[in-house]
Design a protein around this ligand. Structure first.
Ligand code: ACO
Length: 366
């Protein structure tokens, strides 16, 4: 038995490939480092349709994403009445789940995938405005997917640098093989349930701290170090105490996490001078050197969470938006997998080993 299905191959896929030894991640055969020069819309198209779009197809997808941005009245009504202390991941799960109307029957479609992907940023920003007592910013009909997300959150057109930084993060986290939430989505889809139900399962799985748990541990580390030059003292103390450094190491990648590498390169390119970026670079350099000293031969480097935290901090995104933003991008990967599952479906039905006792009712005094 493999507890947690570790190492078990559950499906064939043509969506992405992870090479943990070489530190490579490809979407539909393209290395993700190369894909970060494309837009969110182009890479989403690639994941859903299997190839990059020409201008006409890209424009059609952009139009569809824009058309589906507006929240239906029933979702607004539901959000208006949910308890204000509900966490944002539960809000997204509830709102997306309420999309489950009759038109979402078997089989799932790309149109449904586009709609769910469009709705998530609007749900996040509607709730954020509601919770903060700010007027709701209606989605724009002109801005790109990522620009519009930042626009709805802040009420102003974002800078090019902030948009590019977030877009890079979102592209790099659109998809990552058979992770727990993707598996959840595929299991639900495999029962010939609808796309909304499968996506809702995935959101519930993403919410857990062992999976989508925000890179808040990295923020805590950066906060603790606070200034360039103080990293060695803080990190050495943590390693002496046997603590794990948040944002370092990975279960699959036994070398550099290619998403961290690509995110860092883009960050350096577009954010330029930034206090948080300088601090992050200093912490990375110090931590990698100290990890070599304390954990020789383990090959521990930054993972995607490390630079995700740095990027979110650099663009001043509130930390309670980290996992929801991850969800907004991963909706593309989930829906691509739901579509793939539906193409050649077999219900997932593993077995378990019973370790309880067997009883005989004749011996009971009833
Ligand atoms: N800081 C210090 N030591 C570490 C770290 C770290 N971040 N990561 C691994 N190690 C050490 C372990 O203590 C272990 O040492 P030992 O052999 O002396 O006992 C050795 O390196 C191997 O570590 P494992 O735990 O076996 O590595 P594994 O691959 O199972 O764990 C994990 C990967 C869970 C991600 C781990 O590196 C970790 O906890 N990192 C910090 C948390 C983190 O950043 N999580 C986000 C991951 S990215 C993502 O999920 C999207």
């Amino acid at each position: 038995m493999q507890k947690g299905l570790k190492g078990i191959v559950a499906a064939e896929t043509q969506i992405s490939h992870i090479d943990g030894i070489e530190g490579k991640l490809t979407y539909r055969g393209f290395e993700i480092g190369d894909l970060s020069r494309f837009s969110f819309e182009e890479v989403a198209y690639l994941l859903w349709y299997g190839k990059l779009p020409d201008q006409e197809k890209l424009q059609k997808l952009k139009d569809e994403l824009i058309k589906n941005r507006t929240l239906p009245l029933h979702i607004k009504n539901i959000l208006d009445h949910l308890p204000k202390d509900m966490d944002l991941m539960s809000i997204i799960r509830t709102a997306i789940s309420s999309e489950g109307v009759a038109s979402y029957g078997w089989k799932p479609s790309i149109e449904q995938a586009i709609r769910l992907t469009s709705l998530v940023p609007t749900i996040i920003s509607y709730w954020t405005c509601l919770k903060n007592g700010k007027p709701y910013v209606e989605p724009s009909e002109d801005l790109s997917h990522v620009e519009n997300y930042l626009y709805m959150l802040n009420g102003e057109i974002p800078s090019k640098a902030h948009t590019l930084a977030l877009e890079t993060y979102m592209i790099l986290t659109l998809e990552h093989g058979m992770n727990a939430s993707t598996f959840s989505a595929r299991v639900t889809a495999s029962t010939e349930s609808d796309m909304v139900s499968a996506a809702t399962s995935a959101i519930g799985t993403m919410k857990g701290p062992l999976h989508g748990g925000a890179p808040s541990g990295v923020i805590d580390l950066l906060d603790e170090v606070r200034s360039v030059g103080s990293a060695e003292r803080v990190i050495r103390r943590k390693l002496e105490n046997g603590e794990k450094l948040m944002g370092f190491g990975h279960r699959v990648y036994k070398t550099h996490d290619p998403r961290a590498v690509a995110l860092k390169a883009k960050l350096l390119d577009i954010v330029g001078e930034d206090e948080w970026l300088d601090l992050a670079l200093d912490v990375e350099k110090t931590a990698v050197a100290l990890l070599k000293e304390y954990k020789p031969g383990r090959s521990l480097y930054t993972n995607v969470e490390f630079y995700a935290a740095a990027i979110m901090k650099a663009i001043q995104l509130d930390s309670n938006l980290f996992t929801p933003t991850f969800t907004a991008s991963r909706m593309v990967g989930w829906t691509a997998h739901i579509l793939e599952q539906a193409e050649d479906n077999t219900i997932y039905r593993p077995q378990s080993i019973y370790t309880g006792q067997f009883h005989d009712t004749t011996s009971l005094n009833t």
